[in-house]
Design a protein around this ligand. Structure first.
Ligand code: G6P
Length: 594
């Protein structure tokens, strides 16, 4: 999810490029770099970490009017300065977003070049340099290039001695911005909105040549194309939301993609999977610790790891765990779960564990955050930046990672076979389909948004999901909601159930299904408005007024299908209540105080 910005025009390019990169921060990155032309020479600066690190090295007022910038999200080669973009080989300096699948084959044709980085991008730079030297015409080179590169790419290219900016793309986004004062390339509209709202959409295999006062776009046959200009008619924030009304909704719909990115990172092939998880089988006890939704992820994880890993698992809220004495086994692991990697209580648990010499594993979204830096081992999820305070996509990715740990231990225990990994490859498509129909969710939201109390029921893993569903609903809609273990309701709380009280029951676990169904009957008998989320038809239609079906899959992946329905319900109820969905009152995204 790298970000590209480039500019050629009458204004100084460095501030424009930096501003554009900052607007693309939401794509996630681990390093940033810029190349600009100064006195006919290309100057390159790059730094690992935040854009601010790069900014500190730059003179923003340098007399440069042509440049390219990049935020890198590592794919080939670890995050470090050498692997960051721009890459320069011979006369070519370029930035790249995407993955070149045949870079090894291309490298074989480039024996005369030496490479400084581990990236596929540097190979492309060398390849273009070689073609340029042979053809002596950059247009010819771009025409050839699109037939030679296999994979996905958006490239911004500067050629020594040419006052032009070149761009080409396939399967990675790139737009060409135009204005009176200059022309731009960018991965996304927010990067250029401060300067212009007019742009061309570059399609697959198209390429463009940008001059100080002109842009020429070529179609996939290499002929000059007369494209319609697009005009973005909205604010910066609207551009960031990419057509969605709220970040929360955008992030819910990003889940199929980020779940697929996350699981593919760990199960690209069996060897990768075994290497990444190696050593986890040595632990005889695991404590999972987090706050809020991260704690709820732990509860689902406990269910799966106990079932398949046959390990003793304890889950606790970080603010409780840090002040409790614990008995540790000889081979004890503490798993810290945190989206931000900065939550004070979770960080305190990590530091305490390290003092006590207990092994720690962090499951974190934000690269380079405190928890990620300090833990013995980190499993990054690939959720990308989450802007809505209420977590959705990070929760689901964390859940997939704990599930992968359970699957690994299950394979080691011979309870599961390797083919279970296929289930993780399918879940993303199932989730896409499942998110495509919101009619029933919106209908239920319309029926319940004025209710004062809403209950969620479930047993075992379904109870853990009910807790997250209830938290999601209350935090964004401000309705009072509680999650109950279905068998526990009758020990007091059932007195709150009256005519029309919404009770949302999650019933996906076959081993306990009949017991939960009996509890649902109990609330129906008290007049509840019963809604069931399940993966199997329920014959007795008296037991519900609304039923939300999710696909029947293994419990290792089914939770994300269930929770996405609950996230959507929370969203629509909050919307009907006119709540500030992305920034609910009194809440913070990252809680760095205890
Ligand atoms: C805050 C957020 C929650 C989140 C919790 C833990 O309370 O509002 O959505 O679950 O912190 O955050 P973390 O970044 O550690 O996952």
């Amino acid at each position: 999810m790298c970000g590209i910005v480039g500019y050629i025009g009458k204004d100084k390019c460095i501030p424009i490029i930096i501003n554009g990169l900052e607007a693309l921060e939401y794509r996630g990155y681990d390093s940033a770099g810029i190349a600009y032309v100064l006195n006919n020479k290309v100057v390159i600066e790059k730094e690992q970490g935040r854009i601010d690190n790069l900014k500190k090295k730059l003179n923003l007022l340098e007399d440069s009017y042509l440049g390219i910038g990049h935020t890198r999200w590592a794919t080939h080669g670890k995050p470090c300065k050498e692997n960051s973009h721009p890459h320069q080989v011979g006369n070519i300096t370029l930035v790249h977003n995407g993955i070149i699948e045949n870079y090894k084959e291309l490298k074989n044709e480039l024996a005369e070049y030496t490479f400084k980085s581990d990236t596929d991008t540097e190979v492309v730079a060398a390849y273009i340099d070689k073609l340029c030297k042979e053809k002596k015409d950059m247009l010819e080179v771009l025409k050839i290039l699109k037939d030679k590169l296999i994979g996905s790419y958006a490239l911004g290219i500067i050629v020594d001695g040419l006052d032009k900016l070149f761009a080409i793309r396939k399967d990675s986004p790139l737009i060409i911005g135009v204005s009176e004062k200059g022309n731009f390339i960018a991965s996304d509209v927010p990067a250029i909105l401060k300067y212009t709202n007019m742009y061309y959409l570059l399609l697959n295999d198209e390429f463009a040549v940008l001059d100080y006062d002109d842009v020429i776009i070529y179609d996939s046959d290499g002929c000059v194309s007369t494209k319609n200009i697009e005009v973005f008619d909205g604010t910066f924030e609207a551009a960031m939301k990419n057509g969605y009304d709220h970040f929360m909704l955008k992030e819910i719909y990003e889940q199929p993609k980020v779940i697929s990115d996350t699981v593919n990172e760990y199960i690209k092939d069996k060897k990768t999977f075994l290497e990444k998880m190696k050593g986890l089988e040595k632990y005889t006890a695991i404590d999972i610790v987090g706050c809020g939704s991260a704690y709820h992820v732990g509860l689902v994880g406990k269910s799966l790891i106990t079932e398949y890993g046959k390990v003793l698992v304890n889950v606790d809220i970080a603010s409780e765990y840090r002040y409790t004495n614990h008995i540790y086994s000889k081979k004890h692991l503490i798993i810290l779960i945190s989206q931000s990697g900065e939550t004070a209580d979770t960080l305190a648990v990590l530091r305490k564990a390290k003092k006590e010499h207990i092994d720690t594993l962090a499951i974190v979204n934000v690269v380079g955050s405190s928890i990620a830096r300090e833990a013995d081992k980190v499993f990054y999820i690939k959720a990308g930046p989450e802007i809505a305070v209420a977590t959705t996509k990070a929760y689901s990715c964390q859940l997939m990672l704990l599930s992968l740990i359970a699957a690994y231990l299950g394979i080691k225990n011979k309870i599961l076979k390797d083919d279970v990994l296929e289930e993780y490859r399918k879940v993303s498509n199932l989730l896409s389909d499942s998110l495509s129909d919101t009619k029933i969710i919106e209908r239920i939201a319309n029926r319940i948004y004025k209710n004062k109390d809403i209950f969620f029921l479930g047993r075992k893993i379904d109870y853990a999901l009910a807790m997250e569903a209830s938290l999601k609903l209350k935090e964004v809609s401000y309705l009072h909601s509680e999650a109950y273990a279905a068998g526990e309701l009758k020990h007091g709380t059932i007195s709150l159930i009256e005519h029309n009280t919404p009770v949302i029951s999650i019933v996906t676990d076959d081993s306990i299904r009949l017991k939960t169904l009996s509890n649902i009957k109990e609330v129906c008998a008290r007049g509840a408005f019963s809604i069931i989320i399940t993966n199997k038809d329920i014959d007795d239609k008296e037991m519900y007024e609304e039923i939300i079906m999710v696909p029947k899959v293994t419990d290792l992946v089914s939770s994300v299908l269930v929770i996405s329905k609950c996230q959507l319900l929370a969203y629509y109820v909050a919307k009907l209540n006119g709540c500030d969905i992305d920034k609910p009152r009194n809440l913070a995204k990252s809680v760095t105080v205890e």
